[in-house]
Design a binder for this molecule. Structure first.
Ligand SMILES: NC(=O)c1ccc[n+]([C@@H]2O[C@H](COP(=O)([O-])OP(=O)(O)OC[C@H]3O[C@@H](n4cnc5c(N)ncnc54)[C@H](O)[C@@H]3O)[C@@H](O)[C@H]2O)c1
Length: 274
């Protein structure tokens, strides 16, 4: 094994990816599988999770797709048992289930006083609680194993205010905060054997934001033009560009890295806009 292969070696590891039927998690899962990781995709949409797993199997990797709601503690525990029965361990958790709700947005024709409190609850539940609950259920396995890795998905919206997305931004800020809290907890109480980090993707066109970023004919919306103007690299990200960040954080090359939120954003978060 070469020096680089050893540094980033993940061969034989078992990874659980929530929201695994989604665009970003399925792409990241594909990358991990190519590195020899056994993949478990969890999604509330069973068909999407299974399709993502089939794609990996087609390419010779090992993957399964299971229906699991990240907000259902009992379902998560049942799934944990299934995974342990099949693979015997859990090395990596990628908390990728997440998304927005229309009523938790403040569109230009509305003000904050029109906020739909029900949708605010739903969006904070999905993004924040939907990260905390799997971290508890699968993190407990890692704490007992005295090894493991949790990677959360935050967002640019967690770092500075972005028009419209009130609820989603607050929920992702909570994910970033939880990342550092959980990193501290796992390091201080479990001998530093479980690391917790996050990636913060910039703008990637996926199911959840296509309508906001692209017009029906595929051209950029007014909002997209603003995003691109504030992204020094001048483009959206490709889902495959998240794989390297996850491989790095999950591998021993990041053995002293915990509690960080790593932007993968073409420079968006560091740019003044001027
Ligand atoms: N696309 C972007 O530009 C972008 C930027 C920053 C962060 N993110 C975050 O990345 C993550 C993945 O997003 P994506 O763009 O691939 O979205 P996506 O909509 O393609 O995937 C999200 C997946 O989560 C699943 N899901 C929803 N509720 C669930 C639940 N209760 N239990 C289990 N699964 C559930 C959905 O079925 C879907 O398959 C999300 O947390 C999102 O907020 C995306």
């Amino acid at each position: 094994m070469s020096y680089l292969e050893k540094l980033f070696n993940l061969d034989g590891k078992v990874a659980v990816l929530t929201g695994g039927g989604g665009v970003l998690a399925s792409e990241i899962g594909g990358g991990l599988a190519k590195a020899g990781v056994k993949i478990v995709f969890l999604d509330i949409n069973e068909e999407a999770a299974q399709n993502a797993a089939k794609e990996i199997e087609k390419q010779g990797g090992t993957a399964i797709g299971l229906k699991t709601n990240v907000l259902d503690m009992d379902a998560l525990k049942e799934t944990r048992q299934l995974i342990l029965d099949k693979f015997g361990k859990i090395d990596l958790l990628l908390n990728a289930a997440g998304g927005n709700m229309p009523g938790a947005n403040i569109t230009p024709d509305k003000t904050v006083f029109d906020l739909d409190i029900g949708d605010l609850d739903k969006v904070t539940d999905l993004n924040f609680k939907g990260t905390v609950l799997p971290s508890i259920v699968f993190g407990e396995v890692m704490a007992n194993q005295k090894s493991g890795n949790i990677i959360n998905i935050s967002s640019m919206a967690a770092m500075q205010s972005i028009t419209m997305v009130l609820g989603y931004s607050a929920a992702k800020a909570a994910v970033s905060n939880f990342t550092s809290w959980m990193a501290m907890e796992m390091s201080m109480k479990f001998e530093g054997s479980v690391r917790v980090n996050a990636i913060a993707p910039g703008f990637f066109v996926t199911h959840q934001n296509r309508a906001v970023l692209l017009n029906d004919d595929g051209s950029l919306t007014e909002r997209s033009h603003k995003v691109i103007a504030n992204t020094p690299m001048g483009r959206f990200g490709e889902a495959s560009e998240l794989i390297g960040a996850v491989l790095y954080l999950a591998s021993d090359s990041a053995s002293f890295v915990t509690g960080v939120v790593l932007p993968v954003d073409g420079g968006f978060s560091s740019f003044s806009g001027v």
